[in-house]
Design a protein around this ligand. Structure first.
Ligand code: ADP
Ligand code: MG
Length: 176
């Protein structure tokens, strides 16, 4: 069994987009903890947070991370932006798999999220404009992403380039 590959990083960095392409390139199964959360509850993030608070949301998210990884098989697992808030999650991902932090600066993330607001239906964490909020969240979480990651990659590049960079880290010998 191959160890799972985890995608971590802030909302909009491309965990889902790059993770799916990477899984296809490797012939791995693609798992997205955000998607599983929505499918298993039938609720939107906003609805879960409204009913159970952010703590309830985080617990569900962590459970899904562990269940997905423990299910085994060759998988690329895209996570939610806040998965690293839990030290248990950070240690778990590092211990059982290979963790890639997709880094992009706040202005790039804000541009992406503003371009397709309908894809991103999370409630604002602070109620302030998106660029401001992202800057603050990145600042608060940067050390946590770094702590969890085996590799940090430039996620402001186009998705195929990010996929190539990951493949190269996974198996430098096969890089063309
Ligand atoms: P995440 O899962 O990290 O929140 P997504 O994969 O959902 O991020 O991407 C958020 C938005 O940014 C989507 O509209 C996606 O098409 C776009 N996007 C993702 N990665 C890139 C990239 N490397 N370059 C340009 N746009 C991207
Ligand atoms: Mg995603």
């Amino acid at each position: 069994m191959t160890q799972p590959i985890f995608m971590i990083g802030a909302r909009g960095c491309g965990k889902t987009t790059v993770g799916r392409e990477l899984a296809r390139a490797l012939g791995f199964q693609f798992t997205d903890t955000d998607l599983i959360l929505l499918q298993s509850t039938g609720l939107s993030v906003a609805q879960i947070v409204e009913q159970e608070g952010w703590a309830g949301f985080r617990t569900r998210e962590s459970d899904i991370l562990h269940e997905s990884a423990n299910a085994g098989g060759s998988q690329v697992i895209a996570t939610g932006g806040g998965i690293v808030l839990s030290e248990t999650n950070r240690r778990f991902m590092r211990a059982v798999g290979t963790v890639f932090y997709l880094y992009a600066p706040a202005d790039v993330l804000a541009q992406r999220l503003e371009a397709v607001p309908e894809e991103d239906q999370r409630p604002s964490l602070t109620g302030r404009p998106i660029a401001e909020e992202i800057t603050e969240i990145l600042l608060a979480r940067e050390a946590l992403y770094q702590d969890a990651a085996h590799y940090v990659l430039d996620a402001s590049l186009p998705p195929p380039d990010v996929v190539s960079a990951i493949m190269q880290r996974l198996c430098p010998c096969a890089a063309g």
